[in-house]
Design a protein around this ligand. Sequence first.
Ligand code: FE2
Ligand code: FE2
Length: 184
Amino acid sequence: MSPQRLEKIYKRQRQLHKQLVDHAADILSSDKFQSTRVHVQHGSIPVHRHCIDVAKHALMLASALRVRVSEKELIRGALLHDYFLYDWHDKDVRPEGLHGYRHPAAALKNASSDYELTDREKDIIRSHMWPLTLTKIPHCREAWIVSAADKYCSLLETLKLRHGAAAQYIENKKRQHRSAGADS
Ligand SMILES: [Fe+2]
Ligand SMILES: [Fe+2]
């Protein structure tokens, strides 16, 4: 990939990150959301990274499809869609039953007790696993978009396609940014 292309991807990622911070700084900085850094979602990707990626891809998808959405609810719902707060690979701590069916309800329960959720945000969390959760069909555009973004990100993570040149470039730039901040 050309340096220009990599720089363009990096700038887009920074812009998306700013949108996330603008609408959900409280979620991003919370101890519980931060605690999801230690729980693996798929492959070697933590739940924390997965949820941020889903939120960014949901924004990109809405923009590519030119679908009018509530950006704030799209972001907040996406960040909280997997807010189940346990290691789903650990049989001793996860609830009975199939994780795929159970975790949207667990995420909704936790998110509802920690945040004042709108109906759209609840819909995003409740229905993100559809069609696996047959009766939990998305009812708003935001929920459809997050569900699609979640499937796309999960596929990339499962196939371990998240460590390409662009991901490496972004990580290096972030590191440079942090050390520049520390020097000043
Ligand atoms: Fe999920
Ligand atoms: Fe997910």
